[in-house]
Each structure stands twice: as C-alpha cells, then as structure tokens.
Design a protein around this ligand. Structure first.
Ligand code: HXC
Length: 262
C-alpha cells in the first residue's frame, strides 16, 4: 500500500516488530486533512490486524508532530456543513479502537488536532523541542476531537483551562511535569527512545499487554469501582494463559521469559 501523506514502515526483528507511521505533509507542518486522517486509519487498522506487529509508533517531523486540523479546509465550513458532515470527526474513533499499544513520539508542534492525536495514543514520548497546545480559541472555535475532555484528565482542570482559554503553547518540560508526557528526551534520541519502548512491549505477552491497555483506559474513562472490578476480572482471566505460565515459570527458574506467539 502506498500512502500520499504517511511514510509507513516496520522496525525491528524477530516474531514481533513495531509498526512505524510517520506523518508526512511537511509543507503544511503535518496539518491533518481528510487524506491524512483516512490513511492514518487504514495504516493503524492494518498494523492492528497483523500478528507480526506488537506495538505502533506515530511520529512526525523534527519541526512538527502535527500543527492541527487543516485550517484551509476548516475555513470552508459553516454550521450546517460542519454538523451534517460531522466535521473532522472522521477516523478519530478508529484511532481509539486500536487494541495494540500506540506510542506518540512528538517533536516540534503538537497543536489542536495534533495535540488531540497525541493524547489519543497510549504513551506520549516528547523531544525537548516539543510544544503542545490547543490554540483553537484563537481561531474563534474550540477543540473538536476531545481536547477539552482528555486534556483535563491528563493535566488537571487548572492547566487545561489555562491552555484551552488562552491558546498558549506548553513546552516539553512543562508537559512532563503536568502529566501529559511520560518521558522527555533530546530531539536526536526521540525515535530511538520510542522504538526501544515499543520493542520492550513487543517482547511481552500479547494477552497481558492488551489487558493492561484496556484496564488503564478504563481508569481514564470510567468510575473507580467499575474500573477496579474490571481490572480484577482481567487479572483473574490471565491465570492459566501461556503468558502467565511462562512469565512466572521464568521468574521462578531465574531465566528470561520467552512469551509464546500465537
Ligand atoms: C493548515 C498550516 C497549519 C494548519 C501550519 N500550516 N499549520 N496549514 N493548517 N493547522 C502551514 C502554514 O500555513 C505554512 O504554509 C506552513 O504550514 C508553515 O507554517 P508557518 O506558520 O509559516 O510556520 P511557523 O511560523 O514556524 O509557525 C508554526 C505554527 C503556525 C506556530 C505551528 O503554523 C500555527 O500557528 N499554525 C496553526 C496552529 C493551529 O491553530 N492549530 C489548530 C488548528 S484547528 P505556507 O504555505 O504559508 O508555507 C484544529 C481543530 C481540531 O486543530 C479539531 C478536530 C480535529
């Protein structure tokens, strides 16, 4: 499959590799248009369905992860058009439905829909050059792909209000302090760091990785009692799986675990 707005490759060796998706509209700082969003959905679904892929990394360029939805396209809409066509919501649900871990490796601008895309990923690793923000307010609109909902969950109400109401950008260090980002690394180390994290995940047990992602998402999206019960049942369900048998046997026999591949 050839893509117009993405560079899609696989990285690593062995029975589990990492799917790498590089957003590639450099002239528009990877602004998210329909073609890019459609291709992103297609690439993510293909990696999710491929048993040889254990984790996915989404990245952009040195200058921009993505500078948001394409403002040239947004400007052509009135309310009726936006509402009836469900403006810019295409494929956002696809991203959420991916079951394998997705890591955002962010350098440069992650603004508007670009910040929302990063927040939909399971981990965000940032270069020290990364800048996050929801600047929609400066365009006379508000975030439209979950920014007002995911940002407060990630960084708390105070900072989310600050960012959403003023449209200011937040650097990588501030984003890490606030909890939006799990690690900050030098820009030239970004991809290596993200791929190393992905490789670690690729070598773990399939069922336990999927269960862990589902459980953490439950915490992010639901209430505590339901989440704790969901986690308990998933925890119990993993007993007797080949992953659990291998993981515990390896520990008890002081050898590295080699998780079976189905
Ligand atoms: C279309 C964009 C763009 C965008 C940048 N470009 N962002 N085109 N949509 N979101 C284009 C510029 O027009 C320019 O094209 C080229 O990319 C380089 O950008 P510059 O502005 O010249 O670069 P720089 O001076 O370095 O400034 C970088 C920037 C600025 C701070 C990121 O480009 C910027 O503020 N962009 C808009 C960010 C934004 O408002 N995002 C939110 C969009 S709304 P030319 O042809 O002139 O070289 C949104 C809603 C999401 O995301 C709703 C759900 C999806």
């Amino acid at each position: 499959m050839t893509y117009e707005t993405l560079i899609v490759t696989t990285e690593g060796e062995g029975s589990r590799r990492t799917g790498l998706i590089r957003l590639n509209r450099p002239k528009a700082l990877n602004a998210l248009n329909d073609t890019l969003m459609d291709e992103l959905g297609t690439a993510l679904k293909a990696f999710d369905a491929d048993a040889g892929i254990g984790a996915i990394v989404i990245t952009g360029s040195e200058k921009a992860f993505a500078a948001g939805a394409d403002i040239g396209v947004l400007a052509q809409h009135d309310f009726v058009k936006a509402y009836t066509r469900d403006l810019v919501t295409r494929n956002w649900e696809t991203i959420r439905s991916i079951r394998k871990p997705v890591i955002a490796a962010v350098a440069g601008f992650a603004l508007g829909g670009g910040c929302e895309l990063a927040m939909m990923c399971d981990m965000v690793i940032a270069a020290d050059t990364a800048k996050f923000g929801q600047p929609e307010i400066k365009l006379g609109i508000i975030p439209g792909a979950g920014g007002t909902q995911r940002l407060p969950r990630a960084v708390g109400k105070a900072k989310a209000m600050d960012l959403v109401l003023t449209g200011r950008m937040m650097g990588a260090e501030e984003a890490e302090r606030a909890g939006l980002v799990s690690r900050v690394v030098a820009a030239d180390q970004l991809l290596a760091e993200a791929l190393e994290a992905a490789t670690i995940i690729c070598n773990l047990g399939t069922a336990s990785v999927l269960a862990a992602k589902e459980c953490v998402n439950r915490a992010y999206e639901g209430g505590l009692s339901d989440g704790v019960m969901f986690e308990r049942r998933m925890f119990q369900a993993l007993f007797g799986t080949p992953d659990q048998v291998e993981g515990m046997d390896a520990f008890l026999n002081k050898r590295p675990a080699v998780f079976p591949r189905g």
